[in-house]
Structure formats: C-alpha cells, structure tokens
Design a protein around this ligand. Structure first.
Ligand SMILES: Nc1nc2c(ncn2[C@@H]2O[C@H](COP(=O)(O)OP(=O)(O)OP(=O)(O)O)[C@@H](O)[C@H]2O)c(=O)[nH]1
Ligand SMILES: [Mg+2]
Length: 198
C-alpha cells in the first residue's frame, strides 16, 4: 500500500513522515532553500499488524525557496505518482493564520485530477499547535474559506501539529500522539479495504 504525501515546501511533509514512521529520520528543517531533495519511502505501522509505505516528496509551489522551481517540482511529482502503484494521496498544508492560500486549492485540484477517480485524496492540515480548542474544530471554523479556495468541506481530513514532541511545550505534547493517531485513522479509513498489508 502506497501513501504519498505532497504539498508546498515547508508545510511539514517530512515532519509528518517522521511522526508516522519513527526512526525513519526524514530530513525536516527550516532551511530557506527547502530541504527534501529526493522522494523517499518509509514504513508506517497503522496498528493491528497493518502497515503501509509512506512517501515523502519534494515541496511544490515555492518559486524562490523550494528545492526545485515549481514547474519542475510538479512535473517530477506527476512522474513519480505515475511510476508507483498509488493507493492514497495526502495533500498537506499549513493551517496557521494567513496560510490558506488559493494555491492550495489549485494544487489539490490539479493532483486530484492527476491521480484520477480511483485514488482517494485526503488533506492534512498542520501548524495547529496554538489553535484553541480541539484541533478538528479548525476545519469547521474554516469550511467556508476552504470551499472558496476549492477544497470541498466533505474531503477526508485531519487537523494536526506535526512538530516533534521535543519542540512542543510540555502541556502541548499530548497533541503529538493525538495528531499521529488521527492521521493514521485517516489513512486506514481511506486505503482500499482488505488491501492493507498485514
Ligand atoms: N509550528 C509548526 N511547525 C511545523 C509543523 N510541522 C512542521 N513544522 C516546521 O516547519 C519546518 C519545515 O518542516 P518540514 O517537515 O521540513 O517541511 P516540508 O514540507 O518537508 O518541506 P520541504 O521538504 O522543503 O518541502 C520545520 O522547521 C518544522 O519543524 C507544525 O505542525 N507546526
Ligand atoms: Mg520535506
């Protein structure tokens, strides 16, 4: 089972991979130049002896900061998605204040059409460690904005923080385990049933 994480540079794709696949050590950093330079897959244990392969990819849509200019990053990603047997696409974006950009809707729609109707696409919203209240409320609160940028409110999603425990303030560390569990549930619920590896 192949799950590919895509999204703009710096939204937390590699951090998410590290949360799902401890020990994988995907390179996550705040470098201005964008940091994931090559796609890589890691094994994620979903519980109940189920596992899947989670693929980290190069950031999209960062003309100035990304590892690759956007057009090249998109082309490369399309090629990558065609080359593997893809079962689920995860569009990762930041939910921090001011980060709901139209480009998210564009990317979401573009890659939804790239993978076709047989592959589900879900959304993971990162950057919510300072959100007040349960993190899943972020979606409800931003439903209209999401619709405006072209992401239907009915899309499968998880609202999380992907910051490592060591970086989170101590009272927020519970958010890490909850975030990890929520994304795993999202993945489990959207992989074709019966095909999850045991
Ligand atoms: N506040 C906050 N920071 C985050 C979160 N997730 C990741 N970051 C930080 O954002 C920076 C970039 O994270 P990465 O995981 O490297 O982002 P990426 O999407 O893999 O970036 P590229 O590889 O350049 O495409 C790092 O400093 C992370 O610690 C989050 O949920 N909240
Ligand atoms: Mg990365």
């Amino acid at each position: 089972m192949n799950v590919v994480i895509i999204g703009q540079s710096g939204v937390g794709k590699s951090s998410l991979v590290n949360m799902l696949c401890p020990g994988g050590n995907a390179y996550a950093s705040n470098d201005a130049t964008g940091c994931t330079a090559v796609e890589r897959e890691y094994t994620c244990y979903l519980g109940k002896q189920q596992s899947c392969q989670v693929h980290d990819t190069i950031g999209l849509e960062e003309e100035r900061w990304g590892f690759l200019p956007d057009m090249r990053a998109q082309k490369r990603l399309k090629k990558y998605l065609k080359a593997i047997e893809l079962n689920l696409l995860v569009y990762c974006m930041s939910g921090m204040r001011g980060s709901l950009k139209r480009s998210h809707g564009r990317n979401y729609k573009k890659f939804k059409s790239v993978v076709g109707n047989n592959v589900p696409v879900v959304v993971v919203v990162t950057g919510l460690e300072n959100f007040e209240g349960p993190l899943e409320n972020w979606w409800l609160r931003n439903e209209r904005e999401l619709q405006n940028i072209g992401i239907p409110k009915t899309v499968g999603h998880a609202c999380i923080t992907a910051l490592p425990k060591a970086v989170l303030e101590s009272e927020k560390r519970v958010l890490y385990d909850k975030s990890c569990e929520d994304v795993k549930t999202l993945i489990r619920n959207n992989l074709p049933s019966g095909k999850v590896q045991r």
